[in-house]
Design a binder for this molecule. Structure first.
Ligand SMILES: NC(=O)c1ccc[n+]([C@@H]2O[C@H](COP(=O)([O-])OP(=O)(O)OC[C@H]3O[C@@H](n4cnc5c(N)ncnc54)[C@H](O)[C@@H]3O)[C@@H](O)[C@H]2O)c1
Length: 413
């Protein structure tokens, strides 16, 4: 996907520059670049006590590009409405369910333009479809659906309704991921040979925490547990950094805690990419003692790079025959023309983290929504994790299940 957005002076973007470009700029993200009217925004899910609701709100509000005006925050209507009011929303815009949210907001001249969906997996497809049909831009949690066929339906409907469909692959907003991507693109690693991906925590090594319960239930989680919950994140990092496309894969998955069957709490995947490179993906919730261990290592004919989400401001760069280097976010030696630089929010040495990465993505969603609404310069869309990324995540899961169900056979992707 082309990596630039240009928004002209006569648009509603306030800027002292004649061209606003996310890539190819050397200044940091800040609130100077804002929309005259922030995008009217709502949420489904992400209510009181949810794991990920706050991250969406913190990220969306960071650059004043979204304004939270309405929501159906909870499966329990009373709790959801109470929660919305405590967030400062008008009581009549705290709805008991998503159907009422979309129907009532459609009647208003100031109804929501975009919605984030932060509910358990089984609801993503239905709620996203309802939002799109109401003409509302969607930012959806992963996996976007249970099947590839459904994910493709979402894409078709989004196109029909001229809406963006963004997927919350939240780690892809880290600047050093974009440095990695640029290094691969510029051939600094040589020809890519191997991609090792892992997201292997230990939080479910023993008994399940209450928050994990729906993740172990196939009716709510879908056909997988850790592959969908964790593997899709790192798989997308691999796709984004290398641009490689999987040709076929072979998967082995287990339920080490037997009560979780048929859902896996550990999985290993081998992949052959088109063009000859190979890859592995390890997703696990039973890597005892591990906090996150989300890592990606890309190895080329000349050098390797390695990124670890517990140290997201750094990228390890190993050139064959030379001492290893640690590249740091916010430094002048990074590729200027990539988001490694344009997404910085503070100088190097300070610790940017998860919320900044998410805010970087929400910043892009806002620009994409603005461009979509104005039908602006279509070849120059800003990059963001879109519905194609969502479709491929679901395809990964389908292929892994097919492989495991068939004695770990190799499956065409
Ligand atoms: N992108 C990430 O890094 C990341 C991290 C954690 C979770 N997630 C994803 O986010 C989603 C939510 O996960 P979680 O851990 O926050 O779950 P959770 O169980 O902690 O919270 C879910 C929230 O959704 C509400 N809800 C459920 N059904 C609803 C409905 N029909 N209408 C309105 N509200 C409803 C619940 O009341 C609760 O507030 C999942 O799909 C998960 O995969 C993504």
């Amino acid at each position: 996907m082309v990596l630039q957005i240009m928004v002209h002076r006569n648009s509603s973007m306030i800027s002292n520059h004649s061209i606003y470009s996310l890539e190819g700029i050397t200044f940091m993200f800040n609130e100077e670049f804002r929309l005259k009217n922030p995008i009217r925004w709502g949420m489904v899910g992400g209510g009181r006590g949810s794991e990920i609701g706050h991250s969406h709100r913190a990220a969306a509000s960071r650059d004043n590009l979204f304004q939270l005006l309405a929501g159906a925050f909870d499966i329990d209507p009373i709790r959801g409405q109470d929660f919305g009011q405590n967030l400062g929303l008008e009581p009549e815009r705290c709805y008991p369910d998503y159907q009422t949210l979309f129907a009532e907001e459609a009647k208003r001249t100031d109804g929501i333009q975009a919605v984030s969906i932060a509910t358990p997996n089984s609801t993503h497809f239905t709620i996203s479809m309802a939002a799109l049909e109401a003409g509302i831009h969607v930012i959806c949690e992963k996996p976007v659906s249970f099947t590839v066929a459904e994910a493709k339906e979402l894409k078709e409907t989004a196109e029909l309704k001229n809406c963006i469909f963004a997927v919350m692959y939240g780690y892809t907003g880290f600047p050093m991921i974009h440095q990695a991507r640029k290094m691969v693109e510029k051939g600094e690693l040589g020809d890519i040979r191997m991609v090792a991906m892992q997201f292997a925590h230990g939080f479910n090594s023993g008994d399940d925490s209450p928050g994990a319960s729906w993740r172990m239930n196939p009716e709510i989680s879908g056909p997988t547990f850790v592959l969908g919950d964790l593997g899709t994140h790192t798989f997308y990092l691999g796709e984004l950094i290398t641009g490689l496309k999987v040709d076929k894969l072979c998967c082995s998955r287990q339920s080490f805690v037997k009560s979780r069957a048929p859902l896996e709490d550990n999985a290993h995947v081998m992949m052959n990419f088109e063009g000859g490179a190979v890859g592995t993906l390890w997703a696990s919730a039973v890597n005892a003692g591990s906090m996150h261990q989300q890592k990606i290592r890309v190895t080329g004919s000349k050098a390797s790079i390695e990124w670890w989400d517990e140290y997201p401001n750094q990228l390890r760069y190993e050139i064959q025959g030379k001492p290893a280097q640690i590249l740091e976010r916010g430094m002048g030696y990074l590729h200027n023309e990539s988001s490694a630089v344009s997404c910085n929010r503070i100088g190097g040495g300070h610790g940017e983290g998860f919320f900044e990465s998410w805010a970087n993505l929400y910043h892009r969603y806002a620009l994409a929504i603005e461009a979509k609404q104005k039908d602006e310069i279509t070849p120059n869309q800003p990059w963001y994790p879109d519905i194609d990324a969502g479709i491929n995540g679901v395809r990964l899961l389908e292929c892994c299940v097919e492989s495991t169900d068939n004695d770990n056979k190799w499956v065409k992707f």
